[in-house]
Design a protein. Structure first.
Ligand code: GRF
Length: 204
């Protein structure tokens, strides 16, 4: 049983996919805290509905990003979190948080990395005219969507007419991919060998 901490900035549909994965018995874990950097994040309501503790950590209350991340680290430490999931958390993580949680922070990105990193992955893929895009779950390092890749799912986007359509088409695949990776984390371990990531299931 792993203890999961989720960081989210928005509506929290990826957060919901982890909640559902636990409820439906795929993930052997518990979400012990939701941390958000937005007072009005939809994710907060989802936490309330599911009896999950939530904390709002606002950038404006800290003199620097590093101070903010120290506070997030304090909360994660206090909750004894094993795995940190960035589920639509729109900030770069500083070394204050990255260091102690090295190889235990994962992120979902709405494109096939290393193509189209950054905050507009779906839109950038659409504008570039790629026919196939998808989503990526990866370990978080100090860069922008640059950490070792854990899992990817391809989605054809050549039938999409707007960037919004691309994002909407990819979203359910994000949910499934995130859920699968978190389930795997709860039942084994991901080993990082250089940039390559290999999964080893725990023996029963
Ligand atoms: C997702 O598309 C995620 O890949 C991106 O932001 C969106 C968050 O959606 N980084 P949600 O808050 O999980 O619904």
């Amino acid at each position: 049983m792993i203890r999961i901490g989720v960081l989210a900035s928005g509506r929290g549909s990826n957060f919901q996919s982890i909640i559902d994965g636990i409820k439906e018995g795929d993930i052997d874990g518990e979400i012990v805290v939701l941390i958000t950097d937005k007072e009005n994040a939809g994710a907060i309501e989802r936490a309330e509905k599911n009896g999950i503790a939530s904390e709002v950590v606002l950038r404006k209350n800290f003199e620097s990003r590093e101070h903010m991340d120290k506070e997030i680290r304090r909360i994660l430490d206090e909750k004894k979190v094993d795995l940190v999931v960035l589920a639509g958390y729109m900030r770069i993580i500083s070394p204050e948080l990255l260091g102690p949680y090295e190889n235990r922070i994962i992120n979902i990105h709405p494109a096939l990395l290393p193509s189209f990193p950054g905050t507009n992955g779906a839109k950038d893929a659409f504008e570039h005219g790629v026919k196939v895009s998808g989503c990526t779950v990866h370990f978080v390092d100090g860069g922008m969507d640059t950490g070792p890749i854990i899992e990817q799912t391809c989605v054809r986007i050549d039938d999409c007419k707007t960037p919004e359509e691309v994002a909407a088409k990819i979203l359910p695949f994000e949910h499934a991919t995130m859920r699968k990776v978190v389930a795997n984390f709860s039942k084994g371990k991901y080993l990082i060998e250089g940039r390559r990531v290999r999964y080893e299931r725990q023996k029963d």
